[in-house]
Design a protein around this ligand. Structure first.
Ligand code: TYM
Length: 334
């Protein structure tokens, strides 16, 4: 049966890229299929979340609050923290043995995150994609809404599913999951540099719009966003070689739920100043209410913890028959 699964790491505050690339689509999918949304705290300790237990605990609540503030409805969707459901770790171990070293070696996100000194990265960062495959397949999820940067990990998830099914001769046991990469905001770039992804880890706070930014901050960051000196182009082709203009137009399209072509047509030949004013108004209208709602939710951590605990119980119940069957298939039955 169709089932949606997705997750975000509780490292730093969520930003506009997380919202437009993923979260916004998560909210929409709730009307179409059952959905499971996870705060992936086990992934967080593979790198920057390691060694800061209090910060991690707080960040999990913040991310849960951001999901709800953006429109994830915990009475309809399952919302929980990854570490609360041990089946993820159990299946990840099996997948570590299914996947090949060569597959892990190809992962570009590992290369980016490990940086120059690969030997100093955690082993967890290296096996990260196998845990991600386990997150998805322990629910036999069929659809995974994410931004474009997760595409390679989802291809690996399909490879793991297929190899498991073949190696153990259990055709169709794990589904071949479909990535859901939709809308104009699947790859939101830095506001300071159109060649870099908008990212939680960028040193410059001006490079991103945080979901916790207030209206003034949102508007200011858009007005100061880098652009080239030319007016907006007459057609989409005119965006070639203009990554900053392209990015702002994509953000406008994603925020207003229209296409890039429509936005280009609307502002054709105009100056950036007027366009930026409209974009700032639009972004404030969409983002500031999320920040406000998040702040309200965070005043009641007990309630957030209750929601997460309730979600973990529901998630564990869905995962239980799958992990039990997977273990039996592998030969763990004592
Ligand atoms: P994470 O925490 O880096 O990002 C969360 C989601 O936000 C999307 N995203 C973006 N989309 C558009 N533009 C950007 N600049 C941008 N930056 C981030 C990401 O594509 C992602 O959808 N490995 C995952 C977390 C994960 C997961 C999973 C996702 C763990 N297990 C299972 C789906 C299913 C990650 O690090 O996302």
């Amino acid at each position: 049966q169709p089932l949606v699964f997705s997750g975000m790491q509780p490292t730093n505050t969520l930003h506009l890229g997380n919202y437009l690339g993923a979260l916004k689509n998560w909210v929409k999918l709730q009307d179409k299929m059952p959905c499971i949304y996870c705060v992936v705290d086990m992934h967080a300790i593979t790198a920057v979340g390691y060694g800061k237990p209090e910060e991690l605990r707080t960040a999990v609540r913040e991310v849960a609050a951001a999901y709800i503030a953006a429109g994830v409805d915990p009475s309809r969707s399952v919302l929980f923290a990854q570490s609360a459901v041990p089946a993820h770790a159990e299946l990840a171990w099996i997948f570590n043995c299914v996947a090949r070293l060569g597959w892990a070696d190809r992962m570009t996100q590992f290369k980016e995150k490990a940086g120059k000194h690969k030997e100093r990265a955690s082993v967890g960062l290296y096996t990260y994609p196998m845990l991600m495959a386990a997150d998805i397949l322990v629910y036999k999820a069929t659809h995974v809404p994410v931004g474009e940067d997760q595409k390679q990990h989802l291809e690996l998830t399909r490879d793991v599913a297929q190899k498991f099914n073949n190696d153990f001769n259990v055709p169709d046991f794990f589904p071949l999951t479909e990535p859901v990469i939709m809308g104009a905001g699947t790859r939101v770039m830095s506001l300071r540099d159109g060649s870099k992804k908008m990212s939680k880890s960028d040193d410059s706070d001006m490079s991103r719009i945080n979901l916790t930014d207030d209206a003034d901050a949102v508007a200011q960051k858009i007005r100061k966003a880098r652009t080239d000196p030319n007016p907006l182009p007459e057609d989409e082709k005119g965006l070639e070689g203009r990554p900053e203009a392209d990015n702002l137009i994509n953000i406008f399209a994603a925020l207003s739920d229209t296409s890039k072509a429509e936005v280009v047509a609307r502002f054709a030949g105009q100056q950036f100043s007027g366009f930026k004013n409209e974009l700032a108004d639009l972004a404030v209208a969409k983002i500031a209410p999320i920040a406000t709602r998040m702040r309200e939710l965070l005043t009641d951590p007990v309630e957030l913890d209750r929601i997460l605990k309730d979600g973990a119980e529901k998630a564990a119940a869905i995962a239980a028959p799958v992990i039990a069957e997977a273990k039996k298939i592998v030969g763990f039955s004592h």
